[in-house]
Design a protein around this ligand. Sequence first.
Ligand code: UDP
Length: 226
Amino acid sequence: MSSTYHRVLLKLSGEIFQRDALIGDIVRQLIRAHKKGVKLALVLGGGNIIRGRTARQFDPVAADQAGMLATVINGIILTEKLKPEAPVCHLAAIPVGKFVPQYTINQARLLLEEGKILVLSGGTGNPFFSTDSAAALRALELNMEIILKGTKVPGIFSADPEKYPDAQFYPRITYEQALAEGLKVMDQTAFALCREHRIPIVVFDINQPDAILKIIGGKKIGSCVC
Ligand code: UDP
């Protein structure tokens, strides 16, 4: 497989950390892509541990801080899984002392050009954002060509396919159409950033075998917002 994309940002939701076999498979695909010279940045969610917006018992800022820390825990786990196979560097958007170096754009760019896989945790470092926003922001900062967003469904539909089996599947959709139809591709802040800077977003089923490799190789799977 040759690569169509050479600079790829993959957003991994926290939920994947509940499934060891799935993480193992994602790691295998990432290593193969890396060996082909693809520059990879991975932005991690933390929803398997805590999501600020659903932890209503807390002050929203404290809940988001806990959420950001949750992504750091996932970052440590994913880094350990990648480390035996490829050069990897974990950077966190929030200071976490001795554990993980802090993200700066220059450092991240340097490490990426050196061939490191970047694991990026801590979201944007600010409450009231999500890791989708972090994915959009980091994609811009690191000059990524595309954002891949793995989900539980095969892509973007006119309505929730789990509730509405007749929902129409969109293999390709413009930012404007997604907006006009009120389709939730990413949260609004993230989507606005991608739209303004015309970064393509591919939404795909993370469980589909070799999906990451196929997309990087140019296969049209999932839905592309572009
Ligand atoms: N979060 C935040 N600022 C950010 C990114 C994340 O405050 O820039 C917090 C927020 O509480 C969020 C949690 O971290 O709910 C975990 O991230 P997210 O919900 O995006 O994870 P995912 O749903 O992808 O697992």
